[in-house]
Design a protein around this ligand. Sequence first.
Ligand SMILES: *Cc1c(COP(=O)(O)O)cnc(C)c1O
Length: 421
Amino acid sequence: MTTSAQLFATAKTLIPGGVNSPVRACKSVGCDPLFIARAAGSKLFTVDGDELVDFVMSWGPMLLGHAHPGVTEAARAAMLDGASYGAPCPAEVAMAQAVVDAVPGIEMVRMVNSGTEATMSALRLARGVTGKDAVIKFEGCYHGHGDAFLTAAGSGVATFGIPGTPGVPEGTVRHTLTVPYNDLDGVAALFAAHDDIAAVIVEPVAGNMGLVLPKPGFLQGLRELTTRHGALLIFDEVITGFRLAYGGAQSVFGIDPDLTCLGKIIGGGFPVGAYGGKRRFMERISPEGDIYQAGTLSGNPVAMAAGLATLAALAQADYAWLAARTESFASTLAGILADKGLPVVRNRIASIFTLFFTESPVTDFATAKTADSARYARFYAHMRARGVNLAPSGFECAFTSFAHTDADLEKTLDAAKAFAG
Ligand SMILES: *Cc1c(COP(=O)(O)O)cnc(C)c1O
């Protein structure tokens, strides 16, 4: 029995499913998880001594690579001065300045501890400032595990949310309206039918049903509809922020959202999220305004130091180089699979891609679901056995980093060449 297997067996007696976040259990690919002893650059090292080229990168945060020396040193130095004060510290001001300077739509920002907290707080703010309750979200988009966002889409084009999990009251998701991603007409229809819509929340590039790109005009259309109907446009840039570009997806697509949610990369691997936006809205947050939101560990000095070091390195980074490198790699990988006669659709932007085992273009959740999950599970297991760590679900993204070497990419392509299908 491997050490990973032993740890997992013990973990399952102590932690639900043996993991602290469900997808890590690797259930949807029919494998047991590998336990990680350490990580460096593009590599994970398991407790059993195996080395894997990593394309999960902690689900996105590690754009500079694992254990980046500058980030590690900044966090270490900060920790020597105490891990948390419960009082303001200079790094919070520096972090707010860095975020405001980087992200065009953010004039003021509040730090929180996760992406989930960021989206929950942004929705509360949108409801507070508009005095309305409903929110439009898109099928297949993920905004963390706040109750309002845990809806299952019903049938039909535009549906009321129904609870996506036991424990979420119907009364909560009654206010969540769900439409397919890229369906601007569906959004317009919801606005025509409801006068209580506080916000539209969207991943400007969707990364939680695999990678799905916005169609031309989709984001602009959301901007126009929300403005016309007095609703706020919330960009959930927890994945795309500082990854698509230093200024996030909004800087790439030239859209000015009212509120923006950040997470993942801005913590440099520490538990951090943030929400920010127009000053006139953010000034409504407590204690300046009347809308409550708080956090004992928010703006934590160690996390701020790691985040600041991450942003400082990214401000100098060559995003175009990594995008071109990722495109060449992803297209070669897709070509290897296509040459075997496998149906492969490749969606890619910047340093993110998904290969869907399907014939049809993937533009929303319905088309993403046409992908062959059983084949993906075989591909995952095949690659993992050859030292390549892909996301343990076909509905996730592959992330490259500035630390991935030519040898890493070669090794990955070689492993794929041996895949039987
Ligand atoms: C990961 C993610 C979240 C949730 O962030 P957590 O830190 O896991 O709470 C929210 N929105 C998007 C788009 C995400 O990818």
